[in-house]
Design a protein around this ligand. Structure first.
Ligand code: SF4
Length: 459
């Protein structure tokens, strides 16, 4: 198996190109084409899932006769074009690769940037001329942009209910008591490494312990760097990324805590894990995971490889799957594998379903076949998309931009560091300004350590 060596780089479309330096500020085009024969087929949300301000846009969208670009684009243009004229160069649209393919295509069509969470996180900081930043992705990604944003940059999410189920398994009120027990046992010997898929509150915890944030593209570099200081790591929230990062740099002693729903209130460490195992561990991993990536099995990898296909997977997959595959890496890595494959290549990709569908559509135009790793012919399709991310649909994009232009954007869509949104009710808890300032200081320190480690590794 090979690994992604392009940590944090960005991509071009269908033509191979040299790695973009990590300091590159603007993601290149993904190369995704929006053509009349590619239908806009993102599932519609029911009308009652829209906040009041967005409902008129949803009603119009749901009344459109179909979801073809010929129908949807003129409707979107009615709202997006005036907003782009109004804000000019100060407007920045962002989307993650896992968004429904439609939003990815639409955001790029309107001059926006599509990339992985590492590159997206840097956008406000690296593009100070952008004052209004609108993200179509999950909430922690927008919050990370806001942590690194300047005072005169505002960050908005088109649907604040777009949460990440992995992040939901590691809310600060779940993690903090366990972190306190570990700090009591190991003192300054313990550093927290927070995966990007955490709230700003946990990124701040990493900063306070002298730890760092990481992404799937740089987790092994970050873990190695912290271990080089001789400290034990508490890795939150993804046990699989923790295991895969450790495996990649030859660390064998990973102790995994129970799944968060099995951790009783007021638990002691001895209730959670065998203490000698804990004391021997280089990495103590929180027991969170991504349901989208844990459906994959070694037998699926074997099936595709025996059929002559190359297999590449995301490191949120279980370690046995990653070891069995031909390669593993972040979404940027996976996109690059597909974009640079020679005509005639056959690739099975183990990651989020919308991403694979987009990749397959684009690759087929160059004679490259791409399949979802779980979609083995003759078996029930098991692969799935990130349903929460796809709550950012065309009506939310149209409404967000139109409401911003009119000065009527709902405050619930504004993203500030420390915000916690209840994905079920849509309600939000916002920190007092003084608490937010210290969160930004600590979380930004953890993010900056990640950036420094990643750029040093690339140089
Ligand atoms: S794919 Fe999984 S980890 Fe990624 S945003 Fe969706 S739920 Fe979170």
């Amino acid at each position: 198996m090979s690994f992604d060596h392009s940590a944090g780089s960005t991509l071009t479309g269908c033509m191979p190109r040299p790695d973009v330096p990590l300091t590159s500020s603007v993601p290149n085009s993904t190369g995704i084409l929006l053509e009349p024969d590619l239908p806009i087929c993102q599932g519609d949300l029911p009308l009652d899932r829209y906040e009041d301000a967005f409902r008129p846009y949803a009603e119009e969208y749901l009344a459109l006769p179909d979801r073809t670009p010929e129908t949807v684009l003129p409707w979107l243009d009615r709202y997006v074009a005036p907003a782009r004229d109004h804000f000019g160069d100060s407007l920045l649209l962002l989307a993650h690769f896992y968004m429904g393919g439609e939003i990815v295509k639409l955001v790029e069509r309107y001059g926006g940037a599509v990339s992985d969470s590492y590159v997206l996180a840097l956008q406000a900081m690296r593009r100070p001329e952008k004052k209004v930043i609108v993200e179509s992705a999950v909430h922690f990604m927008a919050e990370t942009v806001s942590i690194l944003a300047a005072e005169d940059q505002s960050v908005w999410i088109t649907n604040p209910r777009a949460g990440c189920t992995m992040e939901m398994m590691a809310k600060d009120w779940m993690v903090n008591p366990v972190a306190a027990l570990l700090a009591e046992r190991y003192g300054d010997d313990l550093a927290v490494v927070a995966y990007m898929n955490t709230s700003g509150r946990l990124k701040a915890l990493a900063g306070r312990t002298g730890g760092a944030v990481c992404t799937s593209s740089n987790a092994h570099h970050v873990v190695q760097s912290v271990r080089d200081t001789g400290r034990r790591i508490f890795f939150v929230p993804d046990e699989h990324l923790a295991r895969n990062a450790a495996d990649r740099i030859g660390l064998e002693r990973v102790a995994v805590l129970p799944p968060p729903h099995l951790i009783p209130r007021d638990a002691e460490l001895k209730d959670l894990i065998d203490l000698p195992t804990l004391d021997r561990a280089d990495i103590i991993a929180w027991g969170g995971y991504c349901g989208v990536h844990t459906v994959f099995q070694v037998s699926q990898v074997q099936w595709w490889r025996e059929a002559g296909w190359e297999v590449h997977v995301h490191p949120e997959c279980p370690i046995d799957v990653v070891r069995a595959a031909d390669g593993a890496g972040s979404t940027n890595y996976l996109w690059k594998v597909v974009a640079e494959a020679e005509p005639g290549a056959r690739l099975a990709i183990g990651t989020e379903g919308h991403f694979v569908r987009n990749a397959a559509e684009q690759a087929s135009r160059r004679g490259v076949e791409v399949r979802h790793l779980a979609d083995i012919p003759g078996t029930p399709a098991a692969g799935c998309g990130c349903a929460t991310m796809s709550r950012n649909d065309p009506p939310h994009l149209a409404g967000m931009l139109d409401l911003l232009r009119k000065g009527e954007a709902p405050d619930i869509n504004r993203v500030l560091p420390g915000d916690v949104v209840d994905e079920a009710s849509g309600s939000r808890t916002r920190m007092a300004e003084s608490d937010r300032a210290s969160l930004v200081r600590d979380a930004a320190a953890a993010l900056q350590r990640m950036i420094d480690i990643t750029e040093a590794a690339a140089s």
